[in-house]
Write a protein that binds this ligand. Structure first.
Ligand SMILES: Cc1ncc(COP(=O)(O)O)c(C=O)c1O
Length: 452
């Protein structure tokens, strides 16, 4: 069965009339169902497990609140994403801070808010954290012994361990396991020469741990994320195993107990013809690879995954209105009222999407759906639409719940679209209105002498 959310014609017409297009639409019921499925699949193979949502995929406040309500922690890759989580009502102690180039100010803000974990990327950041941990009034919390280790949060609604604002959060070291995933190079992050994390192979990861321990930083675990939209789980399996091996070696060498092993996100979804691995099988393979490496050791870390796309993408669609239709000698263009500014993924990664019209006719034609922007002729190529398609018709693009609204821009001075949420009750609610001209220009000042 196709689990991807799509609108009926009646719903689409009602939404377009009320809120205009382009319009992002999110579906609460399928979002909650997918989160629960992921949680069930993960806990079935790892009783000490925790799901974290990579909020870069979509940080619309209503969506963050739903995800958090399902007991999922929120992974923030910037202070802005942390601010979004806090404004969505997520307590800081249920948030993680990521980032490969965090500023001291970002680190300080995260500590002051009382985030649960900071994922440390590099030596400079370790040094920044060492200095911040020594600030007056801040008790450095060194690594705990096994007996002191906090109980895990769970994939249910259990609280993550709380801590007073200003107290040092748990630290995880982001590691580069040296695996090369099969995905677009622009979303591949686990290879040897990645900019993310401490390299295991060249000894950086070991040195980072040693430095953290010597400085009594509360380093609780390790993390990796090797890439996104991965359809072959080999990279995540290999990375999970590499992390577990590293944990064993560090236990043997430093007596350090890895309490948290975070294998990142990356599970791919079906945009068009792809057939991703079912979540259950993926969790089994990933956890199996980690457990195999840990077998025979006393280590029993909480296992964490931080998916973004696979939790939210399929619960979103984008609704567009058709403008002009232009037959050319090579192909027919069907232009819609959005494009690069509301979905940059086709231009960035050659991403492809399924586009549906609302006609019943069997008579089809293959067209190129074009956006309104100056770059790129095509938004979506090779799209089968009804031959009856005409200006003013609506089109819906499936699986735009991830990396669309969060990547939107004002390119060509288009206001960013609104977002409507289909509540589990069946009602649509506007959770983000369309940007206004005043909002778009609010940051700008025209020097008075240039004002004619
Ligand atoms: C550190 C980290 N974790 C998790 C994710 C989520 O990845 P995905 O949306 O593919 O699950 C990303 C995405 O880039 C990431 O960089």
């Amino acid at each position: 069965m196709d689990s991807r959310f799509q609108l009926t014609r009646t719903q689409a017409e009602g939404l377009a009339a009320e809120f205009g297009t382009p319009l992002y639409v999110l579906d609460e019921a399928s979002l909650r169902a997918r989160i629960r499925r992921y949680q069930a699949a993960f806990t079935a193979v790892a009783s000490r497990s925790q799901l974290t949502y990579a909020s870069k995929a979509n940080s619309t406040l209503a969506l963050l609140a739903i995800v958090a309500d399902e007991g999922v922690l929120i992974d923030c890759a910037s202070q802005g994403e942390l601010e979004a989580a806090l404004r969505a009502g997520v307590p800081a102690h249920r948030c993680h801070l990521h980032g490969n180039n965090k500023s001291t100010q970002e680190l300080e803000a995260a500590i002051e808010h009382g985030v649960h974990q900071i994922v440390v990327d590099n030596f400079q950041e370790l040094e920044q954290l060492r200095i911040l941990s020594r600030r007056p009034g801040r008790s450095p919390r060194g690594h705990q012994t096994e007996a002191q280790a906090t109980e895990p949060g769970s994939t249910g609604k259990g609280e993550a361990p709380g801590r007073a604002a200003g107290e040092m959060p748990d630290l995880l070291l982001r590691l580069a396991p040296g695996v090369n995933p099969l995905t677009n190079a622009k979303i591949s992050t686990g290879q040897e020469d990645t900019k993310f994390g401490f390299n295991i192979g060249d000894g950086s990861a070991r040195r980072a741990l040693q430095m953290a321990l010597e400085n009594q930083l509360p380093v609780k675990g390790i993390h990796c994320h090797v890439g996104s939209q991965l359809l072959d789980p080999e990279a995540q399996r290999g990375a999970g195993a590499a992390l577990a091996r590293f944990a064993r070696q560090m236990h043997a060498e430093f007596g350090w107990t890895c309490e948290v092993l975070n294998a990142g996100g990356g599970l791919g979804i079906r945009y068009t013809e792809q057939s991703p691995m079912p979540i259950e099988e993926y969790c089994r393979l990933l956890v199996g690879a980690i457990q195999e490496e840990l077998q025979g050791s006393s280590l029993d870390p909480i296992l964490v995954q931080e998916p973004g796309r696979s939790l939210v993408a399929e619960s979103g669609v984008t609704l567009y209105t058709v403008g002009n239709i232009k037959p050319t000698p090579g192909r027919t263009f069907v232009s819609v009222d959005g494009g690069l500014s509301d979905n940059p993924r086709p231009a960035l990664y050659d991403a492809r999407y399924e586009v549906l019209d609302f006609h019943d006719s069997e008579d089809r034609q293959t067209v190129t759906v074009a956006g309104k922007h100056c770059e790129t002729d095509q938004l979506f190529d090779g799209i089968s639409l009804s031959s009856a398609i005409k200006p003013g018709d609506l089109l819906q693009v499936l699986c735009t719940g991830a990396y669309n609204s969060s990547m939107a821009s004002n390119y060509n001075r288009y206001p960013r679209p609104a977002t409507a949420l289909l509540r589990s009750s069946g009602d649509f609610l506007l959770v983000q209105r369309r940007e206004t001209w005043d909002e778009m220009f609010a940051r700008e000042t025209l020097p008075p002498d240039l004002l004619k």
